[in-house]
Ligand binder design. Structure first.
Ligand code: PSU
Ligand code: MN
Length: 326
């Protein structure tokens, strides 16, 4: 018997909505409990562990960042795909597995999620994939080091991180230290504006450049306390804008001293990437690793320091947001 178009659509919807046809997201018991009680939770990404830092600093940093989130009043939820299962909240053993897998784990952006799940693989989620999974379980706050952006020369290569489009379609607040000057910062901000993304400076009017406090670019608004930041997130949520927010937290001054040394390493690494024709999703990990080598580890130390600082601010905001919603 032939179905009418309307009946076919209804059948399709039923098919998509039925629980056996949706992918199971494994939420750690502690995270699940906090979410159901309306307590503060902070999502954390995992590409920074697998591709952003070498072992063992990546494992140590991952554990320390989780501890900082706890000390500041929230439950940490590191996001990854393990043996094909999307996980929100990892055990120490699972964190170690990702840290030791390193670049053997698949760098997983939004476009890669379905394939990593379908093939039962291990995926370290980037900002885009982490935002998506965090929003699926309704975590509104996510802390990382730096987001992706428009690559230099991006107007020709069209290498624009899917982090930016995700921010345009997924309502999660992302705490970061801005974007690295391996990227084109003014174009990154233009792209975020086009996507309708609010870019707030935390106690600053200027968008920070990851290793340094200043990029020469202004943010679209400024917040000066965790409570003010929580109100911004809540307004974005209540307005049902559907877009994410970038909360840019400048690197603490005492860790940004080596900024200009790092900048010259960035220039050299960019030149090498061009010569070796390293493009696509290999570009960011290559540049991060080369900059670390060229600065004799100084960039890694700054990177770790700023992630920890972001975790303090993000956890305080998550706690203020939970209080606001009580
Ligand atoms: N920037 C950093 N460290 C990182 C990344 C970016 O300073 O580890 C990672 C994040 O996971 C981010 C991803 O989401 O790289 C962006 O990669 P791409 O440029 O390929 O979109
Ligand atoms: Mn890219």
């Amino acid at each position: 018997m032939a179905f009418s178009a309307a009946a076919r659509i209804t059948n399709l919807r039923r098919h998509l909505d039925s629980p056996q046809d949706s992918i199971n997201v494994k939420v750690a018991p502690e995270v699940s409990e906090a979410l159901s009680l309306g307590r503060a939770v902070v999502a954390l990404e995992s590409t920074i562990i697998s591709h952003g830092m070498p072992y063992p600093q990546n494992f140590e940093t991952a554990k320390e960042v989780e501890a900082i989130v706890r000390e500041n009043g929230a439950v940490p939820a590191t996001v990854a795909i393990l043996d094909g299962t999307p996980c929100v909240g990892l055990s120490v053993e699972e964190l170690e597995k990702l840290a030791t897998l390193g670049t053997k784990a698949r760098k997983t952006a939004r476009r890669d999620i379905a394939h990593v799940v379908a093939s039962g693989g291990n995926g370290a989620t980037t900002v885009s994939a982490t935002m998506l999974l965090a929003s699926m379980v309704q975590i509104p706050v996510f802390v990382t080091g730096g987001i992706g952006g428009v690559h230099r020369d991006g107007e020709h290569t069209m290498d624009i991180s899917s982090d930016l489009t995700e921010l345009g379609r997924t309502p999660v607040a992302v705490f970061c230290a801005g974007v690295k000057s391996i990227l084109d910062i003014p174009r990154t901000l233009e792209y975020l504006e086009t996507q309708g993304v609010c870019v707030a400076g935390y106690k600053t009017n200027e968008f920070p450049a990851f290793f340094t406090e200043s990029s020469g670019c202004k943010v679209s608004c400024r917040v000066d306390s965790p409570e003010e930041c929580a109100r911004l997130i809540e307004a974005n949520n209540k307005l049902k804008l559907g877009t994410g927010i970038v909360i840019a937290v400048p690197i603490p001054r005492e860790h940004s001293a080596s900024g200009h040394i790092i900048e010259s390493a960035i220039q050299k690494a960019l030149q090498e990437a061009r010569e070796k024709n390293i493009t696509g999703n290999a570009a960011t990990p290559f540049l991060l690793a080369r900059i670390n080598d060229l600065t004799g580890g100084a960039s890694l130390a700054s990177n770790i320091a700023l992630v920890k600082n972001n975790a303090i601010v993000g956890a305080k905001v998550a706690a203020a947001l939970a209080q606001l919603r009580e």
